[in-house]
Design a protein. Structure first.
Length: 187
């Protein structure tokens, strides 16, 4: 695999993190400080670096097992997050949550959900990677960081534009990601 192919893989792997970041900006608009905003690109990039390395060392041992359920696990996490947001809105719990900060557990679960594909890519790297795994993972992580940083800009401005409806848009984005992963898992 050539460097440009690793770069393109990085772009593809970063798309879920991009969408989740936009959804986070919409959902947690009043709770995000500059420091918390930048935890998203750092966290998503870190997971996109770590998971291919783990996958590479796992190699072919668990390949069949991971491939068989990775899309369903990702879909499930996104469905749960989307349903939680929608229920909180519908039941008026969002008003109660105004004082609750953007949580570490939320971000970590999103980091895992958006990087499960990177784990599977790492497994395939153990078979067909001509580049050092650490260099490949660094490229993927760097690409993810840049794309998610761009998503912060889009999400913050979209949140201002949509106002109180932005939380619903965030839930719809997560739901769409869940459906996408479910369909990919079924195909």
């Amino acid at each position: 695999m050539k460097i440009w192919e690793i770069f393109l893989i990085g772009v593809a792997l970063a798309m879920d993190a991009f969408a989740v970041t936009v959804a986070n900006c919409l959902q947690y608009a009043d709770k995000l400080t500059v420091k918390k905003e930048w935890t998203m690109p750092v966290t998503f990039a870190a997971f996109q670096i770590l998971m291919p390395i783990i996958g590479f060392f796992i190699g072919g041992v668990f390949y069949e097992y991971l491939v068989s359920f990775s899309k369903f696990l990702t879909a499930g996490i996104f469905f749960i997050l989307a349903i939680k947001i929608a229920l909180d809105q519908a039941l008026g719990k969002d008003e109660e949550k105004k004082d609750k900060p953007f949580g570490v557990l939320t971000l970590l679960s999103q980091g895992v959900a958006t990087s499960i594909d990177a784990l599977a890519i790492g497994v395939t790297f153990s078979v067909e990677l001509s580049l050092n795994i650490f260099a490949a993972a660094a490229i993927i992580g760097g690409v993810t960081f840049l794309i998610v940083a761009f998503a912060l800009f889009i999400g913050k401005n979209l949140g201002k534009l949509l106002g109180k409806y932005s939380v619903w848009v965030g839930a719809i984005i997560l739901f769409a990601l869940a459906v996408k992963n479910l369909i990919e898992g079924l195909i």
